[in-house]
Design a protein around this ligand. Structure first.
Ligand code: ZN
Length: 204
């Protein structure tokens, strides 16, 4: 299964091969998930989401639905803006066996000076993989879906996903955080991407 494999496909051929290995049910669920995930060009991806003020059943339901979309899309993170909801809410799951983490109104409290580059994909940017340099360690203050305070200390891939999703809540995309050359290539890939479900890769 794709989400057991942290290494994204290195080529279109490899992505296609991975895709064909998915069982029909997984593939159908993934297709359905990508119908609700907003893609490049949708203005919500460039908007700043608003603080959540009501921690009610509707919010818990929203978080649960987002977790399901992320799971079905075989992604490791999803921000509310990616499904058109202007709430500062994100979900992620780096370890496929762990429960989905729900993070609301996150604020970056601290980031390490140590940074590292890594290729990143995005569920909203089908077929795009660009190098993004980010702090290796972060500390984020947030709330859970009941409004209880949370302090998340994360490193490595978890820290990266958190920062990627927090960027989404501010309307920032990986295209804004990569080199000019890679941005140009990514824009070309986006133009050439055919309609339908994007190739498999690690996306958030
Ligand atoms: Zn993304």
């Amino acid at each position: 299964m794709a989400h057991d494999d942290p290494i994204p496909p290195r080529s279109a051929e490899e992505a296609e091969e991975l895709q064909e290995r998915l069982d029909p049910e997984t593939r159908a669920r993934r297709d359905a998930a990508f119908k609700v995930i907003r893609g490049y060009g949708d203005p919500v991806l460039r908007s700043r989401a608003l603080d959540v003020e009501r921690f009610d059943a509707a919010l818990a339901d929203e978080a649960r639905r987002m977790g399901q979309v992320m799971h079905d899309a075989l992604g490791i993170g999803l921000a509310a803006t990616q499904v058109g909801v202007m709430h500062r809410l994100l979900v992620y799951r780096v370890d496929p066996d762990a429960p989905v983490a729900t993070i609301i109104n996150p604020v970056l409290e601290w980031a390490s000076e140590e940074r590292e580059p890594m290729d990143e994909g995005c569920l909203s940017l089908p077929g795009v993989l660009v190098e993004v340099e980010r702090p290796v360690h972060v500390r984020v203050r947030a709330s859970d879906e009941r409004g209880e305070g949370l302090l998340v200390e994360a490193s490595g891939l978890e820290a990266r996903v958190l920062q990627h999703e927090m960027d989404h809540l501010d309307g920032v995309l990986i295209l804004d955080r990569t080199s000019r050359d890679q941005r140009k290539q990514a824009m070309r890939a986006l133009r050439e991407a055919s309609a339908g479900t994007p190739p498999l890769g690690v996306g958030a």
